[in-house]
Design a protein around this ligand. Structure first.
Ligand code: PLP
Length: 499
């Protein structure tokens, strides 16, 4: 489909319309009684399009971008996997989808039960004492977890602890969250194997250290082999140990972070527990804590009284609310559905296959691209496109060319500690055929870089648009139909309000 045709669809033509409604038999009230005059326009030009054309328009649009229901989406650190459609079905049940956030506890026992059971399930999976499901994203989970740590230090008269140690391989949200709670970040360099060097950690720990913030597996896809020692060192210095658990896809059913000595972690339901994400859709970043942090959890918390589940705000030490109402409730329903349909064995299979798929791809590609950290990986691995620079080709060009093979780009240029990084996470939901197709495409692209680099520099060739000005595209988003010849606005105030 070409762009011309899409614009035509958007505009339709005069007199084209979908089904009409019967004439209204209620006497109309003058609009001016219902809306202030400044809000009224004499004319509003809307596209005139017939129903079939509207349907085609949106079906076409839905397939223009690459997405996980269309093809492989191996975005490292983001777990773009297929999420079973039954989870959407369950979340759409009217009892869940239409429940009013202000309904009293008695009338929404089922909805509270969902949150309660999910919190218990996540506590069991992570090995922690209690869970809050309020935070709406991983980053907000980090903020919540750090606020809990801050409340704990304050309760012990140790408010002077204000530094958080973060390895240089961490996700950018970690230092950002540290700043948001008013703490300072201290970065430590990764050891030669890309993991935490206990000596470097020992040197960084002090009486000022509030917490050590770790990502396990780390953003190189590596498990911290000396995690127990690392956690012990931090605790001996009086610090708390925070786990960025966005990558729980690699651990579920095999390792419980609570058993490893962590004090608090967040979980990205939209990566591990079934919520489609990308494009800024809703997510959820529950936080799991050890017993000593439980008194500080956000309110309301769920308590069982007289056989009823209630939302209680009676918790004097609480850090307060971190989200309106109950967080992103629909996401919680999806996560619980996913956990219950898979069961313990199924969940264990998720991470086993995620790890197997990643190691399979890593070994297949290791001869073609540089593999700076050849250790066994967990759910993802990082290649370097450095070797292609001699042909004038960059990692970004590889990423763009992949689109011509029906594959979304891996994460590129992250983690920062690998030059020309390509961070690949195939996830557990891809078949061997898909993985082989991806490996073949990556190998062919490496050959093209040698033989016809211009092909890569001009890629993608098969998409509706070629290379975008990505900075501008993100800052000047055009998300809705715009009248190509707008009627003059009645007043400046109206136009700015309605735009
Ligand atoms: C995705 C991710 C985050 C942030 O999660 P959001 O839901 O995007 O806020 C934090 N840390 C790691 C390691 C991640 O992969």
């Amino acid at each position: 489909m070409n762009l011309e045709r899409r614009l035509l669809n958007e505009q339709g033509g005069p007199g084209h319309r979908g089904p009409g409604l019967p004439a209204c038999d209620v006497p109309p009230r003058p609009l001016a009684e219902l809306l202030p005059g400044a809000r009224l326009r004499d004319e509003l030009r809307l596209p005139q399009v017939s129903e079939p054309e509207v349907v085609r328009h949106f079906i076409e649009l839905s397939a223009l971008n690459h997405h996980v229901d269309k093809g492989l989406y191996p975005l490292g650190s983001c777990t773009m996997k297929h999420n079973p459609k039954i989870n959407d079905e369950v979340a759409s049940l009217p009892g869940f989808a239409l429940a009013h956030p202000l309904a009293d506890d008695e009338s929404i026992q089922g909805a509270i039960r969902v949150m309660h059971d999910l919190q218990r399930a996540l506590a069991e999976i992570t090995g922690f004492a209690a869970v809050t499901t309020q935070p709406a994203a991983g980053a907000q989970g980090e903020l919540t977890g750090l606020l809990l740590i801050r409340a704990w230090h304050r309760s012990r008269g140790e408010a002077s602890r204000r530094t958080v140690i973060v390895p240089d391989s961490a996700h950018g949200t970690n230092p950002a969250s540290v700043r948001l709670v008013g703490y300072e970040t201290m970065t430590i360099a990764s050891g030669s194997h890309g993991t935490v060097d206990p000596e470097a950690l020992r040197g960084a720990l002090s009486a000022e250290t509030a917490a050590l913030m770790l990502t396990v597996p780390n953003t190189l896809g590596l498990f911290e082999p000396r995690i127990l020692e690392v956690a012990r060192l931090a605790h001996e210095a009086g610090a708390q140990v925070y786990l960025d658990g966005a990558n729980l896809n690699a651990l579920v059913g095999h390792v419980r972070p609570g058993d490893l000595g962590f004090d608090v972690m967040h979980i990205n339901l939209h990566k591990t527990f079934s919520t489609p994400h990308g494009g800024g859709g809703p997510g959820a970043g529950p936080v799991a804590v050890a017993r000593h942090l439980e008194p500080f959890l956000p309110v309301p918390v769920i308590v069982e009284r007289d056989g009823l589940l209630r939302l209680s705000s009676d918790r004097p030490g609480s850090i307060g609310r971190v989200h309106g109402f109950h967080g992103n409730f629909g996401i919680l329903v999806r996560a619980l559905t996913y956990i219950l349909t898979l069961g313990p064995q199924g969940l264990r299979g998720v991470s086993r296959n995620a790890i197997l798929n990643a190691n399979y791809l890593m070994r297949r590609l290791a001869g073609t691209y540089e593999l700076p950290h050849p250790e066994h990986c967990m759910h993802e691995f990082v290649l370097s496109g450095r070797g292609l620079k001699r042909y004038g080709v960059k990692t970004l060009d590889v990423a763009k060319r992949l689109l011509d093979f029906g594959v979304h780009a891996p994460t590129v240029y992250f983690p920062l500690i690998v030059e020309e990084a390509l961070m690949i996470e195939p996830t557990e939901t891809e078949t061997l055929d898909r993985l082989d197709h991806f490996a073949a495409a990556m190998k062919r692209i490496a050959a093209e870089a040698r033989e016809s680099p211009q092909l890569l520099l001009d890629a993608p060739h098969g998409t509706p648009l070629q290379r975008l000005d990505e900075g501008r595209a993100a800052r000047e988003l055009v998300l809705r139909w715009q009248d190509p010849a707008p009627a003059p606005s009645p007043s400046a105030e109206t136009s700015s309000t309605w735009r």
